[in-house]
Write a new protein. Structure first.
Lengths: 325, 299, 523
């Protein structure tokens, strides 16, 4: 177990290294951020001075070298546009994105599993078919389109929910969260729903497939033959057995939620990491772009590691197999 | 007296596929869309990329209005004076073309890598699979975003990004299937008979690997189209000179609240119809070709 | 198990939510939706308009710009005892947000601070460089000396904000963002800066400009156009800036909303390459390179200008939010020459001129443009391309995000390039855009076309060197007329800038496109 974890971590560091190099080179090749951020009245001398000040006149390898040196000390550079450390900028915005992703996951799980279960138990009923049709729509509709439709319907036409931004926040253990205030919940609902739609549909389908498969198993038939009610069968046997794949998929997909939050954050002006990335790409704020990627890669590696370890711990088959080798 | 008709695999497959009427309808819709996209230059009243044919005075007209040149804007016109019908047809062309091209190349690439990995074994196999795992654990949008931010815009760059996102799926599927097939007796037999590896691959392994690949590919095409639309919306996608459906939708966004819904709405419907149709067909394909129910095509 | 736990959780949440319920208030609050992100509250870090918008709520400058972009006294009045000296007399009793009084020390500190800023991609040094000596005459008087007579000092000083020496000494950008160093003399105090989301301000009760109607102001960052409009329509904000052209008609008809508009300082024009024999993208109709550069011929440039139907662009593409242009600056800006009129739409005349210049069959060009910077930039370029095509100049459009555009333009990658320019004075604009490039003097920094006319250079230099405003404007107008006669660049239009707000509010629309809460008044 330990060896496995260590090996994974080492591989991830290698990945971080390669990625940082690639992105560094790439963003360098696009253009000079000074051209975009400089004040229009600046003359050539000013532009040259600014370029020098940001270290952008150095040869590429030297820039990368100083970046690495700083990175090992924990300093990933200062944002060109905001003049504060890139890492701090990202960590400032991370709670908002995590909140959005968690909210989306909650919606997806709370709605997805029951709906999928229902569709699996009554696959040929009208409700079952409607749920399946809805799930197909759910992962075919592009997120950005749904987002704007939601705004149009719920904010502009009905006036029920605020269209943009994050609501009132409170600090819990040093982290700013907004879901503890009513205003915050109102602001959170639409973006979370928007982000959740894709996962919700997937979860419905996954749960349905798992349910159907579980129902076809012998032990279920045996339980029914023994006279157990359907409800008990479902609760005790079916649910437990579909939980493992559902949990693992949900865990892995959490990372994907964080990434796809980029689109939702852009539409709803949600002040998260994803929007920061897009803004930084637009002004070539390279320290922020590189820092974001490194942090995200680290996050993903951690999530994958946790899920893998949890899976190994939960699934007795894997555990036993591992032991017997 | 019982008549027995010889069932070729193709006929078996078609029969079981068509048992689901929804899937058949979706397939028909898909064929229609494909035909419309391919025949776009012939059916559209206007070439939306030819600036000489556009007239700014025709811009933002509602569906049903008449153009200066005489034809009718059945679905209205956008802010440049482009006929929406023509723009959608050409946009479909781009969206489908980019999605399909990327998928085909990714398929070929993934297949090659998967086969090499399965046959080479050892450290090469481990390395490739590590790479595949790594890539699959990252969300497609992040990979595409970073790639495009770094290499810039353009049709070719988008295709590259889409290929990069997809190849790992195929590689893994093919490798898995190839490993399974390799162990089967008929391959040993073929080897004993001194058939070349190439012949084994093409004659025996590929036909068995194809079904799951087709299923994955179908879903991936839909995914690629949706991803390209999202990238265009974020401003990192297709250039304005060849607008895909995603770019049309995103251009039309600015007009949604002003009541000129058609500039964004109709391309959105077209995109939706395409993706839903592909997904429905893919769903049915998976049910039909599901390897878990046996290597024969079951119900 | 499940139901009871869920009930408990819900009750707990409701309790927490109730505890956090914001108390209702009847304080006069104003919420404005801004269109671009504010990256920092340090007023000397980077000269980006969105940042300046937010910062100028908290800080003042010596010179202010009125709604017509003309310099008016801010916290000081001025005089010029001699052409090299500017004397600024501060208002007495101007209080900072921490209660301290504004003195000459703060002014000198603020004028020197831009030199101390590190790591800025585009700072304020240009604006303070003409000042070679600063003298504190007494507590409320500062004398600034320039090396040579420089009439544009007022426009430059309008950009430099005055901070409190006590609070800002040794302050980092973060100190400003957190509020510790953001002590100014402006109408509002910084309450909270939530990057990427909003800026919360509260009224400065001792503001020298008098009592304002707003107790608190919230500036919300809403860069996405349709989303900003949605925020106004749903009541989430009371006013928005930069109303997208597509929504103007609808908002105008809305019974509870009203608009404020004026011609903006932003002039949209085309740079045409006149320095090289074979500029990129300029080819024959068959795609072959030409012997010489047609854009060098003033007749060709005038033909291209004649081919553009500026009214149609203003009406159809810009939905009425543009005014056809001929000058480099818009009508209310210093140096605008009313005698110079936009080139009338004349495609036949254009084709005749082309034939006269030796291009009866036309040629082909590529127009480069950003696609995310100016109002409808890409659409304007497309439309101009349509119009060029009609007179025989086959045109392609190459659009790209700003992050790539400026870099490539500086690299001289383009033959014809679209640019938008906002300036407080015509001579300053001409200096940057069409003066012969002279890096040591700071001339021609944005002269992508490589236009060079010594006569124009002299006029620009003379204008900038004239300290008396009336005389300076006369010379500036002469320079503008010369640039127009020579078609040094092809002007397209001035943008019209629009604010939309509740009908219970009014705003004095500003040429410089700035949005200031302190100029919103209840009706």
């Amino acid at each position: 177990m330990l060896a496995f974890a260590i090996r994974r971590l080492l591989q991830s560091i290698a990945v971080l290294f390669v990625m940082s190099a690639l992105v560094f080179v790439g963003v360098y090749a696009i253009g000079n951020p000074v051209d975009i951020l400089i004040n229009p009245q600046a003359d050539q001398a000013e532009i040259a001075a600014a370029t020098r000040a940001l270290g952008l006149d150095q040869p590429l390898w030297r820039q990368y070298w100083s970046f690495l040196a700083g990175a090992l000390a924990g300093d990933l550079g200062k944002s060109f546009a905001a003049n504060i450390p890139a890492v701090q900028l990202i960590l400032e915005r991370m709670p908002a994105t995590l909140e959005l992703a968690l909210g989306a996951m909650v919606i997806a799980v709370v709605l997805g599993i029951p709906l999928g279960l229902w569709a699996g138990l009554r696959p040929d009923s009208v409700s079952g078919r409607v749920i399946m049709a809805g799930s197909i729509l759910g992962f075919s509709l592009p997120t950005f389109w749904v987002g704007l439709m939601l705004i149009m319907v719920f904010s502009v036409w009905l006036g029920w929910l605020p269209p943009t931004g994050r609501g009132e926040t409170v600090k819990v253990l040093g982290v700013t969260v907004s879901f503890l205030t009513w205003d915050g919940l109102q602001h959170l609902f639409m973006p979370a729903l928007n982000l959740a739609l894709f996962k919700l549909s997937l979860l419905i389908r996954l749960t349905r497939a798992g349910t159907r498969e579980a129902l076809a198993q012998d032990y279920v038939r045996f339980a029914r033959a023994k006279g157990l009610t359907m409800e008990r069968v479902v609760r005790v046997h079916v649910l437990k057995n579909i939980m493992i794949p559902v949990v693992t998929v949900t865990g892995l997909e959490f990372g994907s939620l964080i990434a796809f939050a980029i689109v939702t954050e852009t539409i709803f002006a949600w002040p998260g990491m994803g929007k920061l990335l897009i803004d930084s790409i637009n002004v070539l704020d390279r320290p922020v772009i590189v820092a974001y990627l490194l942090i995200i890669v680290l996050l993903f590696v951690l999530i994958n590691l946790i899920v893998d370890l949890a899976y190994t711990a939960l699934d007795p088959r894997v555990r036993l197999a591992g032991r017997s080798t | 007296m019982v008549t027995v008709t010889a069932q070729t695999p193709i006929r078996e497959f078609t029969a079981s596929f068509s048992r689901d009427r929804i899937a058949v309808t979706a397939f028909a819709v898909l064929c229609l869309i494909l035909l419309a996209a391919i025949g776009a230059p012939l059916i559209s009243p206007q070439d939306p990329y030819d600036l000489a044919q556009l007239d700014i005075l025709d811009s933002k007209l509602a569906p049903g209005a008449k153009a200066g040149a005489g034809f009718t804007f059945w679905l209205g016109s956008d802010d440049q004076g482009r006929d929406m019908v023509s723009a959608i047809l050409y946009g479909l062309r781009i969206s489908l073309g980019v999605g399909a091209l990327a998928t085909v190349i990714a398929l070929a690439l993934g297949m090659a890598i998967g086969l090499i990995s399965a046959y080479a074994g050892g450290w090469l196999d481990s390395l490739i699979m590590r790479l595949v795992d790594l890539q699959l654990s990252f969300p497609s949008i992040l990979i595409a975003l970073v790639l495009l931010a770094v290499v810039g815009q353009g049709v070719d760059k988008i295709v590259i990004a889409l290929i990069t996102v997809q190849w790992a799926y195929y590689a893994r599927t093919v490798r898995g299937a190839a490993l399974v097939e390799r162990r089967k007796e008929y391959v040993d037999a073929a080897r004993v008979m001194a058939f070349s590896t190439g012949r084994i691959v093409f004659r025996h392994i590929l036909p068995n690997v194809l079904p799951p690949l087709i299923v994955v590919a179908t879903v991936q095409v839909a995914h690629a189209i949706a991803l390209e639309a999202t990238l265009s919306f974020l401003g990192l996608g297709m250039p304005i000179t060849s607008p895909s459906l995603g770019l049309l939708i995103s251009n039309g966004f600015a007009h949604l609240l002003s009541g000129r819904y058609w500039i964004s709405f109709f391309p959105g419907i077209a995109l939706l119809a395409t993706i839903v149709a592909i997904n429905l067909v893919g769903d049915r394909l998976r049910d039909v070709l599901n390897p878990r129910l046996g290597s024969h095509y079951g119900t | 198990m499940a139901a009871r736990d869920v009930t408990k959780a819900v009750i707990l949440w409701l309790g927490v939510a109730a505890a956090c319920w914001p108390g209702g208030g009847n304080a006069a609050e104003l919420k404005i939706g801004l269109s671009a992100d504010v990256t920092t509250m340090d007023p000397h870090f980077v000269a980006a308009q969105p940042n300046l918008t937010a910062q100028q709520h908290v800080f003042d400058s010596l010179v202010r710009s009125d709604e017509r972009s003309r310099p008016v006294p801010g916290i000081a009045t001025w005089s010029t005892p001699d052409p090299l000296t500017w004397e600024f007399r501060l208002r007495k009793g101007v209080k900072f947000h921490d209660g301290a009084e504004l003195t000459a020390e703060d002014v000198v500190f603020s004028l020197e601070r831009p030199y101390t800023i590190t790591g800025s991609p585009g700072g304020f040094q240009t604006y303070v460089r003409p000042i070679v000596a600063k003298e504190i005459v007494d507590r409320y008087t500062v004398r600034l000396k320039t090396a040579a007579p420089y009439g544009a000092l007022l426009q430059d000083l309008a950009e430099v904000m005055i901070v409190s020496k006590k609070a800002a000494a040794q302050a980092t950008g973060e100190d400003f963002d957190r509020g510790k160093a953001a002590i100014g003399t402006g109408p509002f105090k910084l309450a909270r800066f939530v990057r990427g989301s909003r800026i919360e301000l509260t009224r400065h009760d001792q503001y020298w400009g008098g009592r304002l109607p707003w107790d608190s102001v919230t500036l919300l960052i809403l860069p996405s156009d349709p989303v900003r409009t949605a925020a106004l329509l749903s009541g989430q904000v009371d006013a928005i800036e930069h109303v997208p052209t597509a929504d103007i008609a609808r908002l105008r008809k809305h019974p509870q909303l009203r608009l404020a508009q004026t011609v903006s300082w932003r002039t949209i024009f085309l740079h045409v390459d006149q320095s090289r024999d074979r500029p990129p993208g300029v080819l024959s109709r068959a795609g072959q390179p030409l012997d010489k550069n047609p854009l060098r011929d003033v007749r060709v440039r005038r033909a291209l200008s004649k081919a553009i139907n500026r009214e149609a662009i203003a009406e159809r593409v810009m939905e009425g939010l543009a005014l056809p242009a001929a000058n480099v600056v818009s009508p209310s800006v210093f140096g605008h020459n009313p005698a110079v009129k936009p080139e009338p739409y004349d495609p036949e005349g254009a084709m005749k001129l082309l034939a006269q210049a030796g291009y009866p069959g036309g040629f082909s060009v590529t127009i480069a443009t950003p696609n995310n910077r100016y109002m409808n930039d890409e659409q304007v370029a497309q439309t101009v391309a349509q119009m060029f095509s009609r007179i025989g100049v086959a045109t392609k459009v190459e659009a790209m995000p700003l992050s790539v555009y400026f870099g490539r333009a500086r690299n001289k990658d383009f033959g014809v390039a679209l640019l938008g320019w906002g300036s407080r004075a015509a001579d300053l604009a001409l200096r940057s855009l069409v003066a012969t490039a002279a890096p040591d003097k700071g001339y021609g920094a944005w002269n992508w076309g490589g236009y060079s006319n010594p006569g124009l250079d002299q006029l620009v230099a003379r204008s900038l060197g004239t300290v008396d405003p009336a005389q300076r404007e006369a010379v500036a107008r002469e320079a503008a007329a010369l640039a127009a006669a020579e078609v040094a660049f092809i002007p397209l239009h001035y943008q019209v800038v629009t604010w939309a707000m509740r009908s219970t509010l009014s705003y004095t629309a500003r040429t410089d496109e700035f949005t200031f809460a302190h100029f919103f008044k209840p009706r």
